[in-house]
Design a protein around this ligand. Structure first.
Ligand SMILES: Nc1ncnc2c1ncn2[C@@H]1O[C@H](COP(=O)(O)OP(=O)(O)O)[C@@H](O)[C@H]1O
Ligand SMILES: Cc1ncc(COP(=O)(O)O)c(N)n1
Length: 268
């Protein structure tokens, strides 16, 4: 039995955040647990409200899981404020967890801020030193490094800068690069870089792609796969989920978390 923890925000619409993470863990046969950092009132049209959870309650959720159930790997998603980031980083240090996936969630697809601007420094200085892998999209990588990313060489430069903050591995996701008909994710392990390419799927239903991708990596790390192997599976998982996207709601719909398993011919 492999166990994964997500420390992230709740998306009432079920496509992103904690809900996407738990669905993904389940589909990859990993037992999922959660520590909720903020509750959002959210649907495919946007974010209608955000209520952060107190840092004491976040710490209590993490302790509850750590002291009884155990954690093989964890991911962080929406962390909202510097206070929450510092609380989570302190717990990661305290429990000595090292399979830590940091998805530096900043802005929802509809444009709503999920991280306060003044908290970007805390991500860099307090959280990234504990990250085994960080999974920014292009705008997040630009914000964290101050670099412009327009080419593969730029992605490598940005990844090197992120490594200098103490991260072990970086994957810069290509979902936002709409100048190509491919979606290219670049993994850098501090020495070598690898690209993972899929055709660009023409859909507006990409709500929660980043959460789902980083949750897949977390589930695979929990099972003992290498970072490279984990990204291979995560890319297959997210591509299948976007290809079989769900026409739900009238805005940016969710991806299909059961598509990967169905594609593999596994039906219940
Ligand atoms: N239209 C698309 N077609 C194929 N893959 C996509 C598409 N949009 C995003 N992806 C993939 O989904 C994952 C998440 O990427 P991205 O959308 O950049 O992250 P985020 O949700 O954090 O903005 C990456 O593996 C990326 O390549
Ligand atoms: C609670 C929560 N967490 C994260 C996201 C980002 O979603 P995406 O994966 O599409 O960037 C979101 N919209 N809501």
């Amino acid at each position: 039995m492999f166990k994964a923890l997500t420390i992230a925000g709740s998306d009432s619409g079920g496509g992103a955040g904690i809900q996407a993470d738990l669905k993904t863990f389940q589909e990859l046969d990993v037992y999922g647990m959660s520590a909720i950092t903020a509750v959002t009132a959210q649907n495919t049209l946007g974010v209608q409200g955000v209520q952060p959870i107190s840092k004491e309650m976040i710490a209590a959720q993490i302790d509850a899981v750590a002291q009884d159930l155990g954690v093989d790997a964890l991911k962080t998603g929406m962390l909202f404020s510097s206070d929450i980031i510092i609380t989570v980083a302190e717990k990661i240090r305290h429990y000595g967890w090292n399979k830590v996936v940091v998805d530096p969630v900043m802005i929802a697809k509809g444009g709503a801020p999920l991280l306060q601007q003044e908290a970007v420094t805390a991500v860099k200085e307090k959280l990234l030193p504990y990250a085994f892998i960080v999974t920014p999209n292009i705008p997040e990588a630009e914000e964290l490094t101050g670099l412009r990313i327009q080419s593969e060489a730029d992605k490598i430069e940005a990844a090197k800068k992120l490594i200098s903050y103490g991260v072990k591995n970086v994957i810069i996701k290509g979902g936002h690069d709409e100048n190509t008909n491919e979606s290219i994710d670049l993994l850098f392990d501090g020495k070598d870089s690898y690209t993972f390419t899929s055709h660009r799927i023409n859909t507006k239903n990409t709500h929660g792609t980043g959460c789902t991708f980083s949750a897949s990596i977390t589930a695979c790390l929990a099972k003992g796969l290498s970072v490279y192997e984990s990204v291979v599976i995560a890319k297959r998982f997210i591509t299948a989920a976007i290809e079989a996207d769900l026409e739900l709601g009238s805005g940016h719909g969710p991806t299909n978390h059961w598509a990967y398993k169905r594609k593999a011919g596994i039906t219940v």
